[in-house]
Design a protein. Structure first.
Length: 271
């Protein structure tokens, strides 16, 4: 369910199922009253939703945990945060390790987050050790997201991403788009998402090869080469989608998926 009351300057998009999530997304560009556009993500108990492993090249991202407990994977390091505990907690003992519920994600830093139980369960299945869950493990999770620079990229991303996934599209497909839809079949939606990823600074890690296990390279070079492989794979997939999208007129940002004020701001800035 959507938060009540809604966060200021937002509207909600709800997605049900195993990966249930409620996005509360800004509907207008930055202003004197709302200089920083914050999107709020709410995850109900037992939701398997995760952000997916990805990185940004043009924006520093900030996450702030308001309620519940989450895992955060940041550049290969897995951490757990609990709003009730007030910061990062140990999955072995449950004790508070570091105070603070705001996390900075630098440009190019690979990251992924979701409900703590998603990773605690997988860790419990993989290791014969005691797992201490945060006290608020079963509570609804509420997380705020925003970026620096504080532009309209993140709201545009969330609106158009969810518009494609939920099928919010009034404009009919062109002949070229219809042909691509038939050819791609079940890949039609991922194809559209890849174009959104390319244009709106969201670079998914399709295959994590951070450490290739090549001892002759040395640990540092092995890690750097693995990261280069990830970047190249991501670039090639998204570039191919963007190329086909340009030919067929399939765009990342569509008016029928975007609130009017954001659409007008986008037309003026043309990100």
């Amino acid at each position: 369910m959507a938060l009540d009351p809604l966060p200021s300057n937002t509207q909600a998009i709800l997605r049900a199922g195993a990966e249930a999530v409620a996005y509360h997304i800004p509907i207008a560009p930055p202003s004197t009253t709302n200089p920083v556009l914050k999107s709020t993500v709410a995850l109900p108990s037992r939701s398997q939703w995760t952000s997916g492993l990805h990185y940004h090249t043009m924006h520093t991202e900030y996450l702030r945990l308001i309620k519940g407990s989450i895992f955060v994977e940041l550049d290969g390091e897995l951490k757990f945060f609990s709003a009730k505990a007030g910061g990062e907690v140990s999955w072995r003992t449950g004790e508070l390790l570091t105070s603070g519920l705001e996390l900075k994600v630098d440009r190019y830093a690979r990251h992924n987050w979701g409900r703590a139980e998603v990773r605690l369960v997988s860790r419990r299945l993989g290791l014969h050790v005691k797992i201490v869950s945060p006290e608020d493990r079963d509570e609804e999770v509420i997380v705020e997201e925003w970026t620096d620079p504080a532009d309209i990229t993140k709201p545009l991303f969330f609106w158009n991403l969810n518009g494609v996934i939920t099928g919010i599209q009034d404009a009919p497909l062109s002949r070229k788009q219809s042909l691509v839809e038939v050819v791609l079949g079940n890949w039609w939606i991922p194809f559209q998402l890849f174009i959104i990823f390319w244009d709106l600074d969201n670079w998914p890690v399709f295959v994590s090869v951070r450490n290739l296990g090549l001892p002759f390279l040395g640990e540092h070079m092995d890690r750097c080469f693995g990261r280069l492989v990830e970047h190249v794979m991501t670039f090639m997939v998204l570039f191919a989608a963007k190329f086909v999208g340009t030919i067929t007129g399939t765009r990342a940002i569509a008016q029928d998926r975007t609130p009017n004020d954001l659409w007008n701001a986008y037309k003026q800035t043309r990100l």
